[in-house]
Design a protein around this ligand. Sequence first.
Ligand code: GUN
Length: 167
Amino acid sequence: MEKAELLIKHLDLLPHPEGGYYKETYRSTEMIPNENLSNNYVGDRNVCTAIYFLLKSEKFSAFHKINQDEIWHFHEGSSLKIHQISPEGNYSFICLGNDLLKGQTYQHIVLAGYWFAATVNDKNSYSLVGCTVAPGFDFKDFVLPKRKDLLVLFPQHKEIITSLTHS
Ligand code: GUN
């Protein structure tokens, strides 16, 4: 079995709606009551959550956004490109990986409210990373836009939005 499949099995990863596979590894028992959260949140949230996230080369993690800053950690495999579009419409990307001399970084923070997507840099490979958020993740905060809706917001980024949205 190829390494990515072994990891999916060993780490008990499940398909994620954005693309790729994930497993929640931590959900704090402590909660933040809704009155202490910003108006973007409906309901209470755990203080913090973390996941493993695995992406195969031939797939991509589609543009989406959440309410929280998200800390990405490189674990192993190919380096991974994180594509992000700020709420103001500025596109940038960074490479998460372990070759610091090539400008890769072990950790990257995607800021709250940014639209972001990911691709694997090497062919026939995969990237295994971690994603940590505080307040904790809840699918209520997860926005996976249709390609056409994101194109209305950012027509200047037609090429990257078209290639990194599923429908
Ligand atoms: N838990 C389920 N999906 C996600 C995700 O996309 N990011 C984070 N940080 N946690 C999750």
